[in-house]
Design a protein. Structure first.
Ligand code: SF4
Length: 754
């Protein structure tokens, strides 16, 4: 059995009591989101009436999930914690590294050979530390989590932004960086700013061509890509209960596209049935017993304006299918207006490829609805005019829909079944095209459609819709087609209309699979060897960072004074560097290469104070490191904004940077620096930024009295021998100072474990 029934039992046993305490404390009815949050406080976190969008709260998630790209550095770090097993049930999913080119079998074989060293590492490290491992071909992380691990009222984190998909089964599931996953697996708390709450009341019932996907396409149009920032979206109302569990998953999945922390739904019959159909009747029975705690209080839903920060109402009976895009998922157009928009905006009318599936939309219901359209079209003498691909979300779904004949239906229409993996959704798509410069249109049932996301081609106009709309468009080969009103000419020259899609929520014969692709970890992994080839250019075992020697850090050379915006992308670029995300030394060759040098306004060109020459940032840092000279990075406002990528903190630490001194930090990056044993400081007087000169050597003069709230003084020695003294602040608490002293948070955990 893959899921951890004892853990779920423990959560359900303690939930009612914790919720009641929280309700008494805040003295009002609670939303579902609050119930889940308040019942997952970390043991160290006192219960308080937390202030939304203000209070930072320590939580104890029930699970961790990692995809293969982000799992590499997370697990390399976890190995440093000195733990025998991950502290909470955790899984790794091999889905991101499989390139779609020819079809499922051949593509999978190629990926297994190209990524062998990564898969061998992930499989062996999972085996050793009690982590479930889903092999390449087993499926996409979020679909596999929904089918096996998600449970109503649970809290999980995952190292992928669409972890939020598990809200379809009533979880609070949040996408995080690898550092957070490491913390939770190492038994540390997970910190989150207490979110704002957005309520979405769904009334009515879906019908015809409209599906659950259209709910979130509509919501994205209302809230835009930023509207959900810092908020959890909670769906409720009779319309919510009428949706299938997997439809709810689709809605929550694309909550990432509005920037929401996550989205969730209250426990209902559709969830119970989904749990039972995926062999988790025990979980459903336990959930049934505490079901009033697995949804918001009735008073909340009766008067939502009083309890949510924002309320949106959507009537499903009136909702039209939507098509969102191109280039952004919040450009929402109702189907009836779409042809006009296509013409007015001069978007390429010919549809070149329709792609269905992915973690967003490959449920049994999705596939059967799309297949019903495809089948009727063929019966009426129609073939797909556009290319058509199907990406199943998991082997469980793929096997079942193949058994039930639906894949054959797609293949008969000219469709190509791709591996159960991310493939075209994340640019892992060797698309066949005769002219990459041509403006062209594709439509997918995926979630994101930013420029270049699918095929790396900036000329591709990518639209997002439900699988059934994608299928209809692929048959028409034309973006101006409206399946609700228009006809198509068949092979006999007759005008025919596509039927409304018909779906089956759950397979009548049940789900089936021969080999789901799961590898259970060893009971006792102490003898398991983690496989890393010492010559690998993609993977490198980490060595612990040095402890603080208790002395002031002196003689630091200024590495770079960054001007203006310096995001985690400027500090550790993505793109081709993703290949090296499991190899700290190799990926460090991108360190700060995107940052603008204040002194010459160029990127990746800084003065080497030893040679006097200008060189790349990593080269200069390596030179200082080789000479045993510490260095310091200076930055502007909101330094480190962007992603939670831990590489942005690990690389400077690896290349000998000891201090990052800025006008202000993005909070997550500041915490990541602290975790890696770096000193993150801010100017007390912002104008002191101007005092930092290109040839400065900098000493800390009072680090020996490092204490919470106590400023730290720096002495600047300029090239002409003159000096300046500046005062800096920091936000280290007692515990974080211990991280600094130990050399990193993981060093400290290791010490404590020992
Ligand atoms: Fe991310 Fe796409 Fe893979 Fe889903 S299918 S996990 S959205 S890359």
């Amino acid at each position: 059995m893959a899921f951890d029934i004892d853990m779920i039992k423990a959560v359900y046993e303690s939930m009612p009591g914790k919720i009641e305490k929280a309700r008494q404390l805040v003295n009002r009815p609670l939303t579902l989101t609050e119930k889940i949050l308040y019942s997952h406080l970390h043991d160290n976190q006192p219960l308080e009436n937390f202030e939304r969008a203000k209070s930072y709260v320590d939580f104890a998630p029930d699970r961790v999930a990692m995809q293969d790209a982000t799992a590499q550095m997370a697990l390399l770090q976890f190995m440093q914690a000195g733990k025998k097993q991950a502290a909470v049930p955790s899984t790794v999913h091999c889905d991101h590294l499989i390139q779609a080119e020819i079809g499922a079998d051949k593509d999978l074989e190629k990926a297994k050979s190209n990524n062998k060293e990564v898969y061998d590492f992930l499989s062996s490290v999972s085996n050793k530390y009690g982590i479930g491992f889903w092999k390449p071909g087993a499926g996409i992380i979020h679909q596999v989590v929904l089918e096996n691990y998600a449970f109503p009222g649970g809290m999980m984190i995952g190292t992928d932004s669409h972890t939020v998909n598990a809200g379809g089964l009533g979880m609070v599931a949040v996408g995080v960086g690898g550092a957070d996953a490491v913390d939770v697996m190492a038994g540390m708390p997970w910190e989150l700013k207490f979110p704002k709450l957005i309520g979405v009341k769904l009334t009515g019932k879906l019908s015809g061509w409209t599906s659950a996907k259209d709910v979130i396409l509509k919501v994205a149009g209302i809230l835009t890509v930023k509207g959900g920032t810092g908020a959890i979206v909670e769906y409720f109302g009779e319309g919510a209960e009428s949706l299938s569990c997997t439809g709810k998953g689709t809605i929550c999945n694309m909550g990432a596209e509005i920037g929401a922390t996550t989205s969730t739904f209250g426990y209902d019959n559709s969830m119970s049935e989904y749990l039972r159909s995926t062999e988790r009747a025990e979980v459903a029975e336990m959930a049934d017993k505490i079901k009033e705690h697995l949804t918001g209080d009735a008073e909340v839903y009766a008067d939502p304006e009083k309890y949510f920060d924002q309320v949106i109402e959507i009537n499903l009976s009136e909702l039209e299918p939507h098509i969102n895009g191109p280039f952004t998922p919040d450009r929402a157009t109702p189907l009836s207006q779409f042809a006009k928009e296509v013409k007015e905006n001069n978007w390429p009318e010919t549809l070149e490829v329709g792609l269905i599936g992915s973690c967003t939309n490959s449920s049994y219901e999705d596939i059967t609805r799309a297949a019903s359209v495809a089948e009727e079209a063929q019966a009426k003498g129609l073939k797909a005019k556009a290319e058509f691909t199907i990406t199943p979300g998991s082997e469980l779904v793929r096997y079942t829909v193949e058994r039930d004949g639906y894949l054959k239906t797609f293949e008969n229409m000219g469709g190509v079944v791709l591996a159960n993996a991310c493939g075209p959704c994340i640019g892992q798509w060797a698309r066949h095209t005769d002219d990459p410069k041509r403006k062209n249109s594709i439509i997918t049932s995926f979630n994101r459609n930013f420029a270049k996301r699918n095929d790396g081609n900036p000329n591709t106009h990518s639209f997002v819709a439900s699988p059934e709309i994608v299928t209809a468009f692929a048959i028409a080969g034309d973006l101006t087609f409206n399946p609700m009103t228009d006809t198509l000419k068949n092979e006999a020259g007759e005008e025919v209309k596509l039927p409304e899609p018909k779906g089956i929520e759950l397979p009548i014969k049940g789900f089936a699979v021969e080999d789901a692709g799961y590898q259970a970890p060893a009971e006792d992994g102490s003898d398991v060897e983690v496989i890393v080839n010492p010559d690998s250019e993609r993977l490198q075992l980490l060595s612990p960072f040095d402890e603080w020697d208790g002395e002031n850090i002196t003689g630091m050379k200024l590495l770079i004074k960054a001007k203006g915006k310096c995001t985690t992308d400027h500090i550790s670029m993505a793109g081709p560097w993703l290949r090296y995300r499991g190899h700290l030394d190799n990926i460090s060759n991108n360190m700060l290469t995107g940052a603008v040098n204040f002194f010459n306004e160029e990127t990746d060109s800084i003065k080497d104070q030893i040679s006097g020459e200008y060189d790349s940032v990593p080269n200069v840092a390596r030179h200082y490191k080789a000479e045993g000279i510490p260095s310091i990075v200076v930055g502007d406002h909101n330094y480190g904004e962007g992603s939670s990528r831990e590489h942005a903190a690990m690389e400077p630490r690896h290349l000998g940077v000891r201090v990052v001194l800025v006008k202000s930090f993005a909070r997550i990056h500041e915490t990541n620096l602290k975790k890696q044993g770096m000193l993150g400081l801010t100017f007390e007087n912002e104008n002191d930024y101007d005092k930092i000169l290109e040839d400065d050597v900098i000493d800390i003069i009072d680090l020996d009295s490092f204490a919470p709230g106590k400023p730290i003084t720096l002495k600047l020695t300029h090239a002409d021998g003159s000096t300046d003294t500046i005062v800096t602040n920091h936000t280290y608490n007692e515990g974080q100072i211990e991280w600094f002293k130990a050399g990193s948070a993981l060093n400290l955990i290791k010490k404590q474990n020992a």
